[in-house]
Write a protein that binds this ligand. Sequence first.
Ligand code: NAD
Length: 476
Amino acid sequence: MEMRIGGNESASPDESRIPVTNPATGEVIDSVPAGTPEDVARAVEAAEAAAEPWKKVLMRERGMILFRAAGAVREQHKDLARLLTMEQGKPLKEAVDEVRGFANILEFYAGLSSQQAGDAIRLGPAGDCMVVREPLGVCGAIIPWNMPVLIAGWKIGPALLAGNTLVLKPASTTPLTTLRLGAILDDAGLPPGALNIVTGTGPSVGEALVRNPAVRKISFTGSCGTGRRVRELAGAHTAELTLELGGSDPMIVMDDADIDRAVEGALRGRFYNAGQTCTAVKRLYVHEKIAESMTRKLRDRINALSVGNGLGPRTEMGPLASSGGREVIARVVDETRESGKGTVVAGGCTMKGKAYEQGHFYRPTLVTDVVPDSRLLSEEVFGPVLPVVTVPDLATAIREANRSSYGLGASIWTQNLAAARKVFDGVHAGIIWVNRHLTVPPEVPFGGMNESGIGRENGHHALDQYSQTKTLFLGW
Ligand code: NAD
């Protein structure tokens, strides 16, 4: 790899570095260089130099490199997952899922390499057209800290398979596993300059990447505010954009649902990754006939969740990824309680005890009787807090579900196909699950409506978004 700014051992020792801290213990586990706009310019130059040769590599061969890298990721998954837990905080089992998810994505795109398609258009006496897809050139990828490995895969897989070169910026708090994955892709045969990773902050490295006119596409995943800034900067040089932004997914549970299954779905949907998932269950709408029973079961399961260091063998929920994130959550819950806009029936405070002193732990929290204008419903709450609203019927649930500026995902839990169909047709979201939430395998296009973003990742759809058509018109 031509550029691996960050994790580059030859970097000058006095270069300013960003410490990487374990959110469960407060310990600094490593540091990476604080990249500069000049580093970004060098990375983009390396990607530009590699673009033409990489485009000429047969798609099948590009796929083979991804496939080999996926195999190496599987072999090293235990070490990679451990590193991910240490830099991000999530339980080891979730980190293993995420690392395997990265391998799944590379394998999925490797599989698509044998399915190149184009169009032939016959125009009678005017001639014939052949339409092919070409890569865009140099692409930029900006990654958040919550699912740093999976989201890097969502961008690396389709961008490289389509024949683009890539400059990738991980979040400054979670760069370590990504750097290891970059090295694995190198070893699998990726040519120098095809994938470049620049560590550093958003305002410095991120903005320099988005502003660079040689970058023909930016794929950004992160918050809505930063997404708007990225859109403005990329628009200045008409770069293509994929924006995967925030979400406030509703989960609707009807009175005919399998309650135990819905309880487990809500639990995983909300508390996976300590609630820091874009498509987590952020609002739970439960039919009034089952609300009491479902809330009681949820409260008991939530109180029994084992919270601790993600490396612990029984940990079901780790710390929040940052102290700032925990403060925001604590403030929103305190405000809800004090204003009477909801009743805290489980959690609602930081974890107590010596094991939790140095980490950013917050108790898994359940809030019932939440009123519509509560911040728990109107904002994206990025932590382990589940607000519950009781609804009298499906129409009300759909209306309340749509009372949000977001539109990432939504789910309906029912045995009734007609009810599921009504939610599919009526709720504004990029994905509607029935009796499920959160699952996004590589085959399935993923992305949001409204303020949740622009464009889709995953599936063959993402390949289209990393390429453009080019037409040959033959006037015989
Ligand atoms: P963030 O916007 O603060 O940061 C995301 C990335 O952007 C980081 O790498 C950051 O360094 C970089 N960045 C910050 N300022 C920048 C700037 N001015 N120019 C360019 N880059 C800049 O978001 P976050 O807090 O890391 O992530 C959490 C958010 O991401 C949540 O809102 C969550 O819902 C969303 N998210 C969305 C998806 C999705 O697929 N829709 C997936 C995961 C997370």
